[in-house]
Design a protein around this ligand. Sequence first.
Ligand code: C2E
Ligand code: MG
Ligand code: MG
Length: 729
Amino acid sequence: MKNYKKLNALKNILIIYPIVIMLIGFLVTSTIVFISFKTFFNQEKEDVKKEFFSNLKKVTKQRVLSAKYVLDNIYALKLQDEKEKLKNFLEIIKENKLPQNLEFKISTIPLKVDSSKYLYVYKFEDGKYYYLLENKKNIKEKIKNSIPILFDSFRWGKKGYIFVHDTKGKCFYHLDKSKIGKNRWNLKRNGRYVLQELTKEAIANPNGVYYEYLAFNPNGKKPIKKISFIVYDKDFNLTIGSGVYLNELQKSLNKIEKQKKKLLNELYTKLLTIIVASIIIMGITLYIVSSIIVKKFQGFSNQIAKLEIEKEKNRCIDSLTKFIKKDCMKEHFKKLKDENVAIIDIDINAFREINSLYGMENGDKIIYILAQRLRKSLKSVDIIGRGKIDEFIVMLKYNKKEDLDKIIKRIYNVLTKPIKLEKISYTPSIRIGIALNKKDSNSFLDLLNKASTAANSVKSEDIKIGFFDKSIEDKVKEYLQIKNDLTNAIEENKLEQFEIYYQPQIDRKDKLVGMEALIRWRHPKRGLISPGVFLPIAINEGLIKKIDMIVMQKVIAQVNEWLQKGYNPGIVSCNVSMKSLESKNYINKFKEQVKNVNTKYFGIEITEESLGKNIKKVLDEVKNLGVSISLDDFGTGYSNLKKLKEFPIDKLKIDKSFIDGIPNDESDVALTKIIIEIGKILNMKLIAEGVENIQQKDFVFNNKVEFIQGYFYSPPLPADEIEKKYFIN
Ligand code: C2E
Ligand code: MG
Ligand code: MG
């Protein structure tokens, strides 16, 4: 479900994300295109404006100059005309052909005939003659007044126009006819007296001048720049000017604007079409693609989910027994945590050996058979788990302790019945430890640990079932403490913590014939600890080989010291554990060390259990080095008399447990006699261990035992005390 939601979200992303990216792309591109377009059109407008003005400047100037030219020429022609008339008149006078219809008045100054004509009297040698002549001023006036008609008959270029004013502002010609004859001297545009400025500029520049100003814009609010060319005609005292025809520019600009709008509109529509089409196409494509992907993913995730479920199942189920794996039992415990629940730890003893003896396959078969038996011996509601390869864990509800005891007994009996496979016959040996919920702990892991602790600490030889109690825990703690401290002392080479005590061995003549070296551990906090406490732990934890070597080195050094001092310690023996004898490494070191001592004075003690091992060769080598070998604790183990014969043993040590019963315990007396007999048959010397009183001493010596080691003579003592007691005195 969670995956499905995730996949759908993925689908949405797959569709939306590219579309959004595409839209942004379109938006950016179109913005750039539009901006470029706008800039282009603005530039175009600017260019059009510039060209318009530059063309118009030229055209305007031409127009104005031609207007002036027209006026000046007309004037010149009129003057010429008058001169021509005068010439004709003079000719007429010469021929006395005076016109009849004229009234004559003789005068030296021209007489005004009417407002426009003057009479001139010319004096010739032969009398006086008269001539009626129009004066120049009159001609000018006439021409000036005829300007409207005159200029109207001109075409002032395309859309051109001319304006004419006198220097006082009277309008003689204008595109707007209503202005003709009016005085426009105070014409104001944007705060400037335009006509006044125009006139002033024109008078100041005889060849004409351009004049720029902001003029009224007929098409908009903003005033627009206007350029006029203006020239001053001195003869007529007139300014002739022409301006730019702004309408034309506006039209061009409008045209460009229109074009721009049209183009942009087209662009908009096209872009929009492209975008919409692209989105539709892309959307459809993406939808299809993402649907395919999502489907594929869905398939995968379903597969993965199945695998995960399978894996989860397998995670908790042991493949061989189909029991729940230990790590998953906690979940089941949660449901029972308020009930009377027992956690039962079942360990198969020495299963590793079974595996290596019969092979893994048979090992599995044995486990399987045991699992079947266990399942059958319990109710289906009882939960069974598998821990280590040789460990079952049962979690069950019980009402009374007695019921629980019965169940456990049943489990024990069922599991310890012999198993018969093809060529194998095997009787399982198991240990059972039990921890009780609420009583021993409330936590599953804690209960499990405590059940395991209880299983590990059962000692009873016959039925190995143990309930957890506090003392077990204390023992375990103690065990761990000793193990840690011991490891520490060895690893960190704190060898001074290990002290060697020597217990004398005495012959019938009360003479010292040798000693047994016995280790003591001077613990920095606990003081002197006897080997009975820490050696079993050292053996269990694989530390014994190192300890045996430490003792050997110390003993050899001590023997050499005594020999150097001229004392005879007899044969000083070290205890060598079975584990050490089995180790090639230890034996190699042993051989090295033995070179440092005269083996006449050095021996080892081995235990009976060592005889069960394949160490005859090793012992032969040791013996050949001159080292004497004693068999310790004789009679306590399962002595194999045949082997005893084969092994190169010099002395038998009768165990203290037999001596203890002497002289009152008949069986001890009898057994001791038998042991002595065996020793004699095998041609070995005998040492009685643990002789504490005179009766014991007399008994063993009277029964042909050669040597005594016991408190009767001396407890184990430090080297200096041995020196004082046996060598110095
Ligand atoms: P073990 O080799 O049988 O040593 C004899 C034990 O009996 C010694 O105990 C000694 O103190 C004790 N003993 C001797 N005579 C008497 C007596 O008259 N009365 C009583 N009550 N006890 C007597 P210890 O020193 O505690 O050693 C115990 C065991 O520890 C030894 O038994 C030996 O198996 C082992 N051990 C001691 N040192 C070493 C060592 O360096 N290496 C190894 N592998 N084992 C050692
Ligand atoms: Mg011993
Ligand atoms: Mg002993």
